[in-house]
Design a protein around this ligand. Structure first.
Ligand SMILES: Cc1cc2nc3c(=O)[nH]c(=O)nc-3n(C[C@H](O)[C@H](O)[C@H](O)COP(=O)(O)OP(=O)(O)OC[C@H]3O[C@@H](n4cnc5c(N)ncnc54)[C@H](O)[C@@H]3O)c2cc1C
Ligand code: SF4
Length: 329
């Protein structure tokens, strides 16, 4: 499959990039590592007239620790750089674990954290060639007016299938967005819509510039567990991130659990925080969190494996992720 024709724009600053986005709004798409966008273009899911290659923007690079404030990660930082960062491993273990499970080493060399956060949602009826989709009469997400997953409904349920955002939710991370009016910040927890065909709150003339990890959650113990078809290179069919802090007595002082791969957005399991607070982390407490996570998960037939199995694995992995995080030194 070949790429559709496009013109490549290569801005050197955030200001120029935002200018191009505003000028060609509706006809332009950002490309970072291209590991997801380019295969999708080959399938004719996107055929923008302009591709905005942001890799020449130096300001989008680098991991910076700002004492007392936290850590900034530029949108262009590759997944391999995060995986190789001893600082991230020690301070933000849950993010380190989640990133290390993404795709394969070669894809992590090219793939960026910005591209992972902005990853398109996925569905068996959507991530297919044009010929395949045409033979099924298309669907709401592209070129059609019905949903094969939930016929009769008007909503797209394509599954959010990136790993790192579940970890970022557990860390109370924020993202920085650049647009014509300047920079704005938004918690990752408010960035996603939970609608498969309009996944995030990003205007067409805006771009993600940085991820901000707060000082408060630095040092939280963390773990990520993931269900996928091919262990060496695959999107999550169910993913669970857990991060927690213990006090001097070994009781849980604060905890977060988030899921991905099963709903149109990555979601925090809000009740997990209250269920674990002040408790000794044992099998029983972790099993309660597993039940809570399974209640938040709403897998449908958007992905391989049955929805029932994927929900069950959310329950199992939530329990395991909590126990694993609690046992970390
Ligand atoms: C075989 C295979 C397996 C994969 N497995 C996984 C997996 O296990 N887990 C996983 O999470 N992902 C997986 N991926 C998807 C992908 O490799 C990663 O999500 C990667 O992090 C995407 O980053 P990128 O820089 O390549 O994004 P791109 O492909 O360049 O872009 C992805 C999307 O983000 C947008 N975008 C990129 N940067 C910005 C920005 N700064 N501001 C606004 N929008 C932006 C693009 O317009 C596009 O819509 C897989 C891909 C393949 C091909
Ligand atoms: S969930 Fe429905 S509308 Fe969305 S991509 Fe799948 S089939 Fe299409």
């Amino acid at each position: 499959m070949s790429l559709p024709p496009f013109k490549l724009l290569r801005p050197r600053s955030i200001e120029d990039a935002v200018g191009y986005l505003a000028k060609h709004s509706g006809d332009i798409q950002i490309v970072a590592g291209g590991t997801d966008l380019l295969p999708s273009m080959k399938q004719r899911l996107f055929a923008p007239k302009y591709l905005l290659d942001i890799r020449g923007i130096e300001e989008l690079q680098g991991i910076r620790s700002i004492p007392g404030h936290g850590t900034e990660i530029g949108a262009l930082v590759t997944l391999t750089t995060i995986e190789d960062s001893e600082f991230i491993r020690r301070r933000y273990a849950v993010l380190h674990e989640a990133v290390a499970t993404i795709a394969s080493p070669i894809l992590r060399n090219m793939g960026t954290i910005g591209g992972n956060i902005c990853l398109d949602t996925r569905c068996l009826w959507y991530n297919q060639s044009l010929t395949w989709r045409k033979s099924c009469g298309f669907c709401i997400k592209k070129d059609g007016d019905l949903c094969h997953v939930a016929p009769g409904g008007k909503k797209c349920w394509a599954a959010f299938s990136a790993d790192s955002p579940a970890a970022l939710l557990c860390l109370d991370a924020e993202i920085e967005i650049a647009g014509p009016a300047g920079l704005r910040r938004i918690p990752v927890a408010e960035f996603y819509t939970n609608v498969g065909d309009a996944r995030m709150k990003l205007e067409s003339n805006e771009m993600l510039t940085r991820v901000l990890l707060p000082e408060r959650t630095a040092g939280y113990r963390g773990a990520y567990r993931k269900l996928r078809l091919r262990g060496s290179i695959d999107y999550p069919l169910a993913g669970v991130a857990a991060a927690l802090k213990k006090n001097a007595q070994g009781l849980i002082e604060d905890a977060r659990v988030a899921i991905t791969g099963v709903n149109p957005a990555p979601l925090l399991v809000h009740e997990a925080r209250h269920a674990l607070a002040g408790k000794q982390c044992n099998e029983l407490a972790a099993a309660v969190v597993g039940e809570l996570a399974a209640r938040v998960a709403k897998p449908l037939t958007t992905s391989a494996l049955t929805p029932e199995y994927r929900r069950e694995m959310i329950r199992v992995y939530a329990k395991r992720a909590v126990l694993s995080a609690a046992q970390m030194q």
